[in-house]
Design a protein around this ligand. Structure first.
Ligand SMILES: NC(=O)c1ccc[n+]([C@@H]2O[C@H](COP(=O)([O-])OP(=O)(O)OC[C@H]3O[C@@H](n4cnc5c(N)ncnc54)[C@H](OP(=O)(O)O)[C@@H]3O)[C@@H](O)[C@H]2O)c1
Length: 253
């Protein structure tokens, strides 16, 4: 049985570019009003707002830096400005390199703050302010293996995966929480596509994915009326194989 998306309102974090942008456009195509969140990418996010609005739904631009604790009170403010938030897609994330030997507490806290704590606070406040709703957390299929080069990031995503499970249990049935584990989809900001293409052979599907693949999984979870606490690996099967055989074999895009 499908949950009707049309006419509802979704907040997508980190929606100015890349995967968040694609999720916003896919939601708009389904008749969903989209609240486009950004931190530094104000101009790109404004373009997403225009693209969403051109599809005949409402759109708003909202700004918050989650590394500066601007997740506090964010849902209440946004719900007040837009008339309410029915769905939350926790997409915003940082992806800095770090090796275990060089890991710092400050670096770990910074990753946790943006990648796990902010998504948790937004989902928690959605449940408090709206009482009902749907949440999809963007995690990472790397948590199924090991990534030598992003240890602080990967720890933060493990925490988000566990928080997804906890919130799914505690907030059901009124707030439904699920997740998506993307695999190789886009090269990290600043890297070219050949960076990903070199890793295509490590994927059972023998190619990297596309933001459309992630957006489709997010929509599937939002529409389902019977999935709770589910995390879908959208990674061409990469989670099935051994990851991280060494620091130079998997630089993990
Ligand atoms: N790309 C992949 O192949 C891949 C693979 C596995 C998992 N994922 C996950 O899928 C999601 C989307 O991936 P992506 O590559 O599209 O993400 P991304 O481009 O690395 O980041 C998305 C957005 O997060 C926002 N963000 C970063 N720091 C922030 C902060 N302090 N406060 C508020 N927003 C902040 C940025 O917004 P502004 O630009 O406005 O500052 C950025 O545009 C992420 O959760 C990522 O971990 C992606």
């Amino acid at each position: 049985m499908a949950w009707e998306l049309k006419g509802r309102t979704a907040l997508v974090t980190g929606a100015g570019k890349r995967i968040g942008r694609q999720i916003s456009l896919a939601l708009a195509l389904e008749g969903v009003n989209v609240i486009v969140h950004h931190s530094n990418s104000g101009a790109e996010a404004a373009e997403v707002v225009d693209a969403v609005a051109s599809m005949g739904v409402k759109s708003w631009l909202v700004k918050a830096d989650f590394d500066r604790n601007e997740y506090e009170g964010f849902i209440e403010r946004v719900a007040g400005e837009t008339g309410g938030v029915d769905m939350l897609v926790n997409n915003a994330s940082i992806f800095p390199q770090s090796r275990l030997g060089g890991m710092t507490f400050e670096g770990l806290v910074s990753n946790i703050r943006v990648n796990a704590w902010a998504p948790f606070v937004l989902a928690r406040d959605l449940s408090r302010v709206m009482k009902k709703g749907r949440v999809v957390n963007l995690i990472d299929s790397r948590i199924k293996g090991y990534d030598w080069n992003h240890v602080e990031y990967i720890l933060s995503k493990h925490l988000l995966a566990e928080l997804t499970r906890m919130m799914a249990i505690e907030y059901a049935p009124d707030v439904v929480v699920n997740g998506v584990n993307p695999g190789l989809i886009l090269p990290p900001p600043g890297k070219e596509m050949d960076y990903l293409e070199k890793l295509d052979a490590t994927v059972p599907r023998k190619r990297h994915g596309d933001p459309v693949d992630i957006a489709e999984a997010v929509l599937y979870l939002l529409k389902s009326d019977f999935l709770i606490g589910e995390v879908i690996n959208v990674d061409g099967g990469r989670h099935l194989l051994e990851y991280g055989r060494g620091p130079d074999t998997d630089r993990g895009a």
